[in-house]
Design a protein around this ligand. Structure first.
Ligand code: URA
Length: 209
């Protein structure tokens, strides 16, 4: 199956209750042959409206960090562990909430084949929830960010601070961890480039990323 075929099927998903209120399935976008794939937690309000990952306030900070790391967003592939917006509708007005375990599990149906097609050398998990999903359940983002971990979906995985967390921290003190986000993107890209040079892309051989 190609990435486009997988996307076309994902756009019709009704695998969990998030499908009932979503505006768009946010499948992911970017360079499908990039050695580096960024994976966040799930779409927020702006992403749900636009059908694109990381395009709200957090996404704008991520874009700036990508540029400050010496890259362009178009060099990377960006997606989320969950493809539909998770929100609490109990007051009538949607308030973003973390995706529940069963929603994360249901969305593995799309994430796993998506990564299998992309075959990235390195996965950069954006934020703790993504790292808990893809690296290990007990991942500690402040202690373990920026470090390489084994990952069943790529040659290695690294996690970094979520730009939403950084935006909240910036209100409290200093750069809120922004320089760490930039450094982690740089580190992940360097590792991805090295592995791609050493091993080839593996895109055509059927070899696991
Ligand atoms: N936060 C995420 O984790 N992903 C997005 O796409 C937007 C915000």
């Amino acid at each position: 199956m190609t990435l486009d075929e997988l996307k076309a099927t994902a756009l019709t998903c009704q695998g969990c209750s998030l499908s009932e209120r979503r505006m768009n399935v946010v499948f992911g976008e970017g360079n499908p042959v990039s050695p580096l794939v960024l994976i966040g937690e799930g779409p927020g309000e702006t992403e749900d409206k636009m059908g694109r990952p990381f395009v709200g306030r957090a996404g704008q900070l991520l874009d700036k960090a990508i540029v400050d790391a010496g890259l362009q967003r178009s060099q990377l592939y960006i997606t989320n562990t969950v493809k539909c917006r998770a929100a609490d509708w109990s007051t009538g007005k949607p308030v973003n909430r973390p995706p529940a375990d069963d929603e994360v599990l249901a969305c593995r149906k799309w994430l796993e084949p998506q990564i299998a097609i992309l075959k990235p050398k390195v996965i950069l998990c954006i934020g703790g929830p993504s790292a808990k999903n893809l690296i290990k359940k007990n991942f500690q983002i402040t202690k373990e960010r920026g470090m390489y971990f084994p990952c069943e979906f790529a040659r290695t995985a690294i996690a970094t601070l979520h730009p939403s967390y950084i935006l909240r921290q910036m209100n409290i003190s200093g750069d809120g961890g922004y320089s760490l986000l930039v450094a982690d993107i740089q580190r992940a890209w360097e590792a991805a480039q090295k592995l791609a040079t050493k091993e080839g892309s593996g895109k055509d051989s059927g070899e696991a990323g």
